[in-house]
Design a protein around this ligand. Sequence first.
Ligand code: ZN
Length: 472
Amino acid sequence: MNVSRSICVAFILIISICFNSFATFVYAAQTGIDKININQEFGYSEAIVEKSTGITTSITYPRTDLENVDTSMLGWIKGLYEASKKELTFLRRINPRISMEFNLNYNSYLMGGRYAGIEIFGTKGISTNKNEKSIIKTYNISVDGKRILSNDEIISNKMYDDVLVLLKERIINSLGEGYSEQIEKLNGSSLDNIVLTHKGVKVILEKGVYFPESLGTLSYVIKYRDLGEAFRLPDKYFSGMSPTMPIDPNKPIIALTFDDGPGKATEQILDILEDNDARATFCVLGNRVAKNSDTVLRAFQNGNEIVGHSWDHKDLTKLNYAGIKKQLEDTNNAIFDITGIMPAFHRPPYGATNNNVKKASEELSLAMLYWSVDPYDWKTKDAQAIYDDIMGSVKNGSIILCHDIHESTGEAMEMIIPALIEQGYQLVTVSELLNYGENIVESGQLYRKAENLSLTYFPATTIYAEFIDESH
Ligand code: ZN
């Protein structure tokens, strides 16, 4: 409780600094409520809950710790909030009984660690008017560049006409032919509210602007690959990327890992993962990466993690220090060439390790990935036996060792992946599993499973603060 109180007080301070007008609220309630927010992929959430004369406000907004981004987003929210208060003051001069409700929330999406999309949405309602006004604002962010991208950096404005053709198609598919008059009126400004998501660029059409109010706010996703040349950001972080699954803290998490590939069963396993919105980790051999670059790229774009399993399956303990380093480094570079991401782990062949392997791992910022469930799939080559073994030994935090070079393993996964999900397991990558909650992966350390999967900690938290209720 004390912890949440001090978080709360710190939060109020932040708010007071950012929003001068908020500092005038008397902070009365000593009850800070930490609220779970499992849907956010980028930044963390802060919230303002205010009840004062005539206005009920609930604003949940993102903080990214990127100064320019936060300044701009908070500035927009502050402006909107202050304008609403002014509007209410004005309206109450005419009718003192008028009240206002003002709500904002957001979704965030993180693509390949490089780009983020944030959509802020909300409503503003006045007690004397049945129609709520809807609020929508989007931000697209270059995480490396620490800045907000302009729409033209995302979709070439010279190609707006092509994009509008795609948008109109989506609208006709969804609303039918009945709105041809409205559809005709769509223009470049219809693309003002766009946000990067895992499925594509989402175009949001504010309630009542282009289509009848009764249809509400409309949004349509145009896939990256459909945008073709109109899409100006580097393709590899976007095309075909499946949605990252938010982790539900109330359900167990496990990581499936596949060694020695890419191989015979990799594409089949990728299909199964994709069909089930699940993710896995592929521990690839460096010398197979370039030859199978399409498969590696597909695995990565579908949200799976790619880590090394040495260059050519050498027992690292039989090599000298330089030899170990070369095996790890060459493999990392091969992976980076395809994904643009340096792996955070490697899995030593045969699980063989010694002080030199540990030291080289540390030097290359790699943790060593072991396992807690081993069905001996390479030995039995029997789908039913693999299924029985995994289903019998899996538990929260497990890391499961399999090999995507055997058809029997692919066959087993046809049964195992849906069965695990059916039992409530969330299939995540090793980085997600081992960095979950308060855990942080350390280079040079060896990981067999996730521990301390406390349900108390979450990747993103919303902190609610209560302000004095002046209306009572
Ligand atoms: Zn192996």
